[in-house]
Design a protein around this ligand. Structure first.
Ligand code: FES
Length: 162
């Protein structure tokens, strides 16, 4: 039986072949993960945060991914986008923006960018865990954080059935 190739955009394929910011930042400030280690779709985001004009700014960002081409491309473009960005701005990035930056993802691959953004949001929350929470960071989980959580539960369930 032959497989039908997924309709990835040339940009996804190009970034997948030449991802940027791959690997761990040695002196990172925070690291967070999203995905399910049970099924193998896991992404880890590293951020190095510094102060610029009293603002918390992402000085460097990198990732490790055990996901698919779409996940790697999402993480690569996400870590490029957030470099030199205040955490406050990075917090606003949603998975749809990532998909758009990639020229669109096939719908069955939306979850790959949801995981990438979920890991970024976790990293930002974690950064403020033992600090005063800034006004722009909501106390409650946002829709995108919940989506990542639901996705993780779903991945675990699917994996258990295999
Ligand atoms: Fe699960 Fe892409 S990360 S298929």
């Amino acid at each position: 039986m032959s497989k039908i190739p997924l309709p990835y955009t040339p940009k996804v394929l190009e970034i997948f072949r030449n991802p940027k910011n791959l690997g761990k930042i040695e002196d990172y400030s925070v690291v967070a993960e999203a995905g399910s280690p049970a099924c193998g779709d896991v992404i880890r985001i590293y951020l190095k945060v510094g102060k610029v004009n009293e603002e918390d700014v992402i000085m460097a960002a990198s990732f490790e991914s055990y996901g698919c081409a779409a996940n790697i491309a999402s993480a690569s473009i996400l870590t490029e986008l957030v470099k030199r960005m205040p955490l406050k701005e990075a917090w606003k990035i949603g998975w749809k923006r990532i998909s758009d930056e990639l020229g669109g993802l096939p719908s069955i691959k939306y979850h790959c960018s949801i995981l990438a953004v979920g890991a970024l949001k976790r990293a930002i929350r974690k950064y403020y865990e033992n600090k005063e929470r800034p006004d722009w960071l909501p106390k409650e989980e946002t829709l995108e954080e919940r989506q990542a959580l639901e996705l993780e539960k779903l991945l675990e369930k699917l994996y258990r059935r295999l």
